[in-house]
Write a new protein. Structure first.
Length: 285
């Protein structure tokens, strides 16, 4: 009877181990968590776009070498719209590399940004990304994470929050698809550029609303709150949690990496992440 009891106990231990090993909690699946946002591929002059693609390609290779998994927190492309039988061909190289990344068995989670209103099945079915239309919550190494792009969090952005609903309306998406891609894509890129130019002129920019949002999430029990959108890399402690912002890839090439519950905001130099000095925006009080 004693031998039978011991055998059953050993079997139960093996089952528990296997169950934990295949858990969806990333703490069993990965050593490092990487997060980038706001590359806005297609937004800049050709020579800058080439530099950006080169940096992004080397970064994706590095994440694979480190056996990490990747979160893209919105606005990888300056404009993304899926026609029934066409996608922007200038992004083929990056799309192919993302697909190859996923084919190694690693996951890429993609959170929709304000330039990603019209995500459809191509990125999921053909590239293999896991899409999150609004936000994404998960646990990793016993810590709770909350991630969203961050658009619409400004208190004064009530008009944008209404526009967001209009742009995501299926009827409006259908109507825009009636435009030929050779006209529809350049038109959207033009308006995207105009919006970014207007934002650049702000000399008193403040990200206080984003930090307040993150702190409120930490108050609710999250350990790490990751945002993008502001193009302002950030790392700030609140109580026992951290607000992190991945910045952007239109020059600084900043990203977040978390290992063993320790988070860093680094700059990609083409071969490795390097430390940078983080500062508050000029409008923060």
């Amino acid at each position: 009877m004693q031998k039978i009891h011991s055998g059953l106990h050993l079997t139960a231990c093996i089952i528990t181990f296997v169950s934990n090993f295949h858990s969806s909690d990333w703490s069993y699946d990965m050593a490092k968590l990487f997060c980038i946002s706001d590359a806005h591929l297609g937004a800049q002059k050709p020579e800058l776009e080439q530099q950006k693609k080169k940096k992004l390609t080397s970064f994706l290779d590095y994440v694979l070498q480190e056996d990490g998994e990747l979160i893209i927190n919105g606005d990888l492309f300056d404009f993304w719209f899926e026609y029934r039988h066409a996608v922007p061909r200038q992004h083929f190289q990056i799309l192919a590399q993302l697909s190859n990344f996923v084919n190694t068995g690693k996951e890429i989670h993609y959170i929709a940004g304000n330039h990603d209103f019209w995500l459809d099945s191509f990125l999921e079915d053909q590239v293999g990304l896991i899409l999150h239309r609004d936000d994404y919550e998960f646990e990793f190494d016993g810590k709770k994470y909350y991630i969203c792009h961050g658009d619409g969090l400004l208190k004064k952005d009530y008009l944008y929050r209404g526009l967001k609903k209009v742009l995501r309306n299926p009827v409006n998406i259908f109507l825009y698809r009636l435009l030929h891609p050779d006209f529809g894509i350049p038109l959207a890129l033009h308006f995207s550029h105009q919006s970014r130019t207007a934002t650049k002129k702000q000399t008193d920019y403040s990200d206080s609303d984003y930090r307040e949002f993150a702190f409120n999430r930490i108050d609710k029990g999250y350990d790490f709150v990751l945002l993008g959108h502001t193009h302002w890399p950030a790392k700030e402690k609140h109580l026992n949690g951290w607000y992190l912002n991945s910045g952007h890839w239109m020059g600084p090439f900043t990203f977040i990496v978390v290992e063993n519950a320790v988070a860093k905001v680094l700059q990609w130099d083409g071969k490795k992440g390097v430390e940078i000095k983080l500062a508050l925006p000029p409008g923060n009080k």
